[in-house]
Design a protein around this ligand. Structure first.
Ligand SMILES: C[S@@+](CC[C@H](N)C(=O)[O-])C[C@H]1O[C@@H](n2cnc3c(N)ncnc32)[C@H](O)[C@@H]1O
Length: 285
């Protein structure tokens, strides 16, 4: 799977589109707005009045694990809910049997492989952004993460566990090939604040101004049009299509089953807690 080619949310304005199902992500941007405001105000106060501020919000065209802009061309970089996506599924996780992501039953070697992939990717991201940002340029990044070092805290990964349950049910009714499910793994990692801090300090291009976590429960989006399965579908469908193919797996059938799995797990909504790790950085040189 070439992750950067398939990692887009569901496009358009249809029922299953990201545009119509990203209320939670919108709320997160509002929750972290004071950190973004502080970074932009402090940047602005140090500029000459005729300078144009160049800003990039990353997660649209081109992989942010490559060089995207000319050297020293940006004042401010923002990215929300994108950097927990890895550049690839980590190598060496074939023994993650029965799982499609990190869970409490994943072997320690699988946890290590996921963390090391995140570290490599985040260092790459920091290195390229440090080349593109001007001296004292600022960056505010929010990722889906963990509250602390407890690797087994359920958080948002519970959504993937529900999808794993769904796929197992589809195997049982012979709607999907078991081997194909076995080779499906989600290319994402939810870092803790100290993992993020450790990597920034090790890479050495930025100082940390603010590092904060916030939480939002899946069921806090009480808009009556909000539908958890649809919201999850807008994110997960492109990954599933790329791995299984449209012909092999009927997406309406998958998410119909996913809805049933949620309905049978009364506590599902409460168990899904999104932890946001937000970091505000200044480029050193
Ligand atoms: C959940 S969406 C977030 C979109 C928006 N920032 C928001 O808060 O609603 C995640 C975005 O990350 C992008 N993304 C994931 N990996 C990427 C990569 N390596 N390079 C650039 N964008 C990437 C996806 O294309 C997708 O648009």
């Amino acid at each position: 799977m070439e992750v950067t080619k398939v990692l887009h949310m569901n496009g358009g304005m249809g029922d299953a589109s990201y545009a119509k199902n990203s209320l939670l992500q919108q709320k997160v941007i509002l929750m972290t707005k004071s950190i973004t405001d502080e970074a932009i105000s402090s940047l602005y106060n140090n500029l000459s009045s005729r300078e144009t501020i160049c800003i990039a919000d990353l997660g649209v065209a081109g992989s942010f694990y490559t060089r995207l802009f000319p050297s020293n061309s940006l004042h401010f970089v923002h990215s929300s809910y994108s950097l927990h996506w890895l550049s690839q599924v980590p190598d060496g996780i074939k023994n993650n049997k029965g799982n499609i992501y990190l869970t409490s039953t994943s072997p320690a070697s699988v946890h290590k492989a996921y963390y090391e992939q995140f570290e490599r990717d985040f260092v790459t991201f920091l290195k390229y952004r440090s080349e593109e940002l001007m001296k004292n340029g600022r960056m505010v990044l929010t990722m889906l993460g963990r509250k602390n070092e407890d690797r087994f805290s359920q958080g948002c990964s519970y959504e993937w566990e529900l999808l794993a349950t769904t796929l197992k049910l589809l195997i049982a009714q012979e709607s999907i090939d078991a081997e194909k499910v076995d080779s499906f793994n989600v290319p994402a990692y939810n870092p803790s604040p100290s993992e993020v801090m450790h990597i920034v300090e090790k890479e050495r291009s930025f100082t940390i101004d603010i590092l904060k976590t916030s939480e939002i429960q899946r069921n806090s989006c009480d808009d009556e049009k909000y539908d958890m399965a649809k919201s999850f579908r807008s994110v997960a469908e492109p990954l599933l299509v790329s791995h299984f193919g449209h012909d092999e797996l009927n997406m309406d059938q998958v998410f119909h089953k996913y809805n049933q799995v949620i309905a049978n797990d009364r506590k599902a909504m409460e168990k899904i807690m999104f932890v946001n790790v937000t970091i505000s950085l200044t480029k050193i040189n």
